[in-house]
Ligand binder design. Structure first.
Ligand code: ZN
Length: 365
C-alpha cells in the first residue's frame, strides 16, 4: 500500500484494511467498524457562524461518522468528524487553582474531626488517611483522604501511597467480614467527575455475593470469548490496539487508547497484577491527562478480581484501570445524555491523539 492515510479514528476502516490479515481477523472478532456520511443543506445566512465554529461550510455539509461496536462487551461509540477534528483544548489552570483554594476548609481538611471512621478503625498512609463514607454505596465504603486539599496536585509517591492505603483498607474490611470480597477502587475528581467534596480523595467499596454488574459482565464476556476462540480476550484486546498503533507498553503493562470509549479520551491500563508497573503506568496516564491533555475533571476506576477464592472463574482476568475525561470545569452542560445512557457514546476526542499523548508522557525521560 503506497497510499498514506492520516492516522485518525475517522480513517479507521482504511487503517483496518491495510492490517496484516491475521491482525485484521483478530480485530473483526472483537470490533465491528462502520462508517456513514451525514448530509445537510444550510442557508447562506448560517455560513459565517458555521465557518467560525467548524472551519468551513463543506465540513458541515457532508460529515463522516464512524461507529465502532465491541462485539464481546457490547460497548459502542460514535465518532463524528466535526467533533473529532476540533483540536484538544488545553485551558489555563490558574483560575481553577483559585477556585479550588477558595474551597479549603472542607471536612476532609481535618479528617479526624470532619469524617467518620470504619468500625475497624482508620488506615494511615504516608500521605493519606482513610475514613468511612457517611452515605454508603455498599456494606463497606471507605475513602482515602489526601493530605493536601487540591486533587490536581499529585506526585508518583503520593499516588502509590493512596492506592496502597486503599488496598490495606480493603483487606481490613474483608478481614472483618469475609463474605465481602469484591473490591472496587475509584477516583472522582472535581465537580464534573461527580465529586461532592473538592478535597482530593479516592473511594473504595467492598461487595458481597458477586462483583458489580459491569465487572461481572466483563468477566462473563471474556469467558465466552475464551470458549468461542480459545484465547484470552484481554490479550487479544491489547494486540488489536497495538496493531493499530493505539497501545503503548510500560513495564509489562499495556496502555490503550480504547476504540469504544465510554466518554472522552478513555484510556485502559491493563496489567496481570496490581504491582508497581501498574501503579507507575496509571500515575503516568493521570499525569498525561492533567499536563498534556488539559483534563481537570476525571473518573478513574480500577477493576480487579476478588480478594479471596470465589465460585466463579476469574482466571485470566487482569487488573484494569479505566480513566476518562469528564469535561471542562466551567461547562454547565452534562457530558452524558439519553444517547450515552441508552444507546451509544458520542465521542469527540480521537484515540490516535490520546495515544500520542500517552506515549509521549511514558517515554519522557
Ligand atoms: Zn480540604
Amino acid at each position: 500500500m503506497s497510499e498514506k492515510f492520516e492516522r485518525s479514528i475517522l480513517n479507521i476502516d482504511r487503517l483496518v484494511e491495510v492490517l496484516p490479515s491475521e491482525e485484521r481477523a483478530r480485530l473483526r472478532r472483537i470490533f465491528d467498524v462502520s462508517t456513514a456520511t451525514g448530509e445537510l443543506l444550510a442557508p447562506k445566512s448560517m455560513y459565517s457562524w458555521i465557518e467560525a465554529h467548524f472551519g468551513s461550510v463543506e465540513a458541515v455539509l457532508r460529515q463522516r461518522i464512524v461507529k465502532i461496536t465491541n462485539l464481546v462487551t457490547w460497548e459502542s461509540s460514535l465518532f463524528n468528524e466535526l467533533r473529532a477534528r476540533r483540536p484538544i483544548e488545553v485551558l489555563e489552570g490558574g483560575e481553577l487553582e483559585e477556585i479550588i483554594r477558595q474551597s479549603e476548609g472542607d471536612p476532609f481538611c481535618k479528617p479526624l474531626l470532619g469524617t467518620a471512621e470504619d468500625t475497624f478503625g482508620r488506615v494511615e498512609g504516608r500521605y493519606s488517611i482513610t475514613a468511612s463514607n457517611i452515605a454508603k454505596c455498599d456494606g463497606f465504603h471507605g475513602l482515602v483522604i489526601f493530605d493536601h486539599h487540591n486533587p490536581l496536585v499529585f506526585t508518583e509517591e503520593e499516588f502509590y501511597d493512596w492506592v496502597e492505603t486503599a488496598l490495606v483498607w480493603a483487606e481490613r474490611a474483608h478481614d472483618q467480614n469475609e463474605e465481602f470480597k469484591y473490591p472496587f477502587l475509584l477516583w472522582n475528581c472535581l465537580w464534573r467527575g461527580a465529586a461532592s467534596i473538592v478535597h482530593g480523595h479516592l473511594q473504595m467499596t467492598l461487595s458481597c455475593e458477586m462483583h458489580y454488574a459491569k465487572i461481572e459482565c466483563l468477566r462473563r464476556a471474556a469467558l465466552a470469548y475464551r470458549s468461542s476462540h480459545g484465547r484470552n480476550y484481554f490479550g487479544d484486546l491489547c494486540r488489536v490496539h497495538r496493531a493499530l498503533g493505539l497501545a503503548h507498553e510500560n513495564r509489562g503493562v499495556h496502555l490503550l487508547a480504547y476504540l469504544t470509549p465510554v466518554r472522552e479520551k478513555e484510556a485502559l491500563i491493563i496489567s496481570e497484577r496490581l504491582d508497581d508497573g501498574f501503579k507507575d503506568s496509571t500515575f503516568k496516564a493521570l499525569r498525561c491527562f492533567r499536563d498534556r491533555l488539559g483534563v481537570t475533571s476525571f473518573n478513574l476506576a480500577i477493576y480487579m478480581p476478588p480478594l479471596a477464592e470465589a465460585e466463579e472463574d476469574w482466571s485470566g482476568f487482569p487488573v484494569i484501570a479505566r480513566l476518562v475525561d469528564r469535561g471542562h470545569y466551567m461547562t454547565k452542560m452534562a457530558d452524558i445524555g439519553a444517547m450515552e445512557l441508552y444507546a451509544a457514546s458520542v465521542i469527540a476526542s480521537d484515540p490516535f491523539r490520546v495515544i500520542e499523548a500517552l506515549a509521549a508522557e511514558l517515554d519522557k525521560v
